[in-house]
Design a protein. Sequence first.
Length: 367
Amino acid sequence: MRPYNFSAGPAMLPEEVLKQASAEMLDWQATGLSVMEMSHRSPPFESILKQTRDDLRELLKVPDTHHILFMQGGATAMNAIIPMNLLGRKGIDPAIDFVHTGVWSGKSLDEAGKYGNVNIAASSSGMHFRNVPVQKDWRLTANAAYVHICSNETINGNQFHFTPDTGSVPLVSDMSSEMLSRRVDFSKYGVVFACAPKNMGQAGLTVVIVRDDLIGHALPCCPSVFNWKNVADNQSMFNTPPTYAIYICGLVLKWLKRQGGVDRMEQASIEKSSLLYNFIDGSDFYRNDVAADSRSRMNVPFFLADESLNEAFTNEAAKKGILQIKGHRAVGGMRASLYNAMPVEGVRALIAFMQAFQQNHRIDKNL
């Protein structure tokens, strides 16, 4: 049995996907070629690209009013690409409204400030990002260029459990660490983006879902390769796309369909996260500081009451096949990422280890 990889990203991939990729590495479907070697203009790769796009649209129920783009640069690049594509629209206020809920929305607003006027409409920084601000307290700009949220903060472990109502102002969401884990009404969003190496595959691919009317308004400073119109008009092949990453994403999507799709993944994520949160809440040895109504189902940060035991915890966990459990350096502690590929058995194994560690180290202190 493989160890359980709780990394926040690049993250655990389904074993079935890894085995299929391994089997097809030297020869994809009797073409005599690895996908790594294929021309992106060749019929075999064009079929991979089309099937991946079609499967993603089907799984997410993306409406026909939105394009699906396969891009590069990760969510970090999107922090610049989004304002460069949205601030050129006529008749808008150049203000960009942000809801600041953690490290990643903070990086987004810092980058956007190079291109427009950033307004922090709401922030939970005063609460150490332990909650998502309720919308009635937001101070939105009338006719803003867009409203930006990070729907799941991977580091801080909070998550939006509601869809904000921004009226006619486009809602932009970084869904990198929750894409394909819950049902989303994409008609309510102007732009959704997600880097792949969490729930969709490997590093190198960024998926962008953008409403059609928001395409074609790039600022003059926008590089051609990042202009959504160029990417859309060329079916995500304005330049050479990340071919192998798209192929792996396609395998993950097929695996998801076999598991029952997004609705089944949402049920599983509720089950997995509830198991872990309930255990932590019932312990005085561990704690999670995020408000109960804002807790992430994907990324669960937690802390030991005695943080001098942190190194022993990660070392002993690794010996039990619990890997990459250490928290992000920005917040410390531990973090368990419960993406789609993590089975409930992995969460139960983590809880069993946490119980044993708690018991053993309490005994040590009592000696």
